[in-house]
Ligand binder design. Structure first.
Ligand code: ZN
Length: 132
């Protein structure tokens, strides 16, 4: 439950000591397009600072609601081609994602989410970074 924002941006492999004495290593998530967040947390289910493994299934989505504890509702929008009419239709799906404590979000943010193991009945995706 501790979040620290170091003066220099943490890099992969850095070791940071939190105020409660815990030592946290910034892990390599294995996805080169995403950089580690500027803050460091001791959330065990954080892909950067905990032990949560992510799969290589990625999506760029928009945050809709932030009303759950450590979780959010995001909207995934895509276009689906219909051959009979030579046109595209817009499809959207709401996905519940886990938000680690080191990543601060607000509705409207573009984030990158990665698939992970099922964390609860409806959550099997985790936010790994923000899109500027
Ligand atoms: Zn974290």
């Amino acid at each position: 439950m501790t979040v620290v924002k170091p003066q220099t941006k943490p890099k992969i492999g850095d070791e940071i000591t939190l105020p409660n004495g815990k030592r946290v290593t910034v892990r390599n998530v294995g996805i080169p397009i995403v950089e580690p967040p500027p803050a460091v947390c001791d959330d065990p289910l954080c892909p950067w600072h905990g032990h949560l493994k992510v799969r290589t299934k990625l999506m760029e989505v928009t945050v809709e609601k932030m009303r759950m504890h450590k979780a959010a509702v995001v909207i995934h929008e895509w276009t689906h081609y219909i051959r009979k009419y030579n046109r595209y239709e817009r499809r959207r799906r709401r996905i519940k994602v886990r938000v680690p404590e080191c990543i601060e979000l607000k509705p409207g943010d573009r984030v990158i989410i990665a698939e992970t193991r099922p964390l609860s009945k409806t959550i099997s995706w985790v936010v790994i970074g923000k899109r500027e």
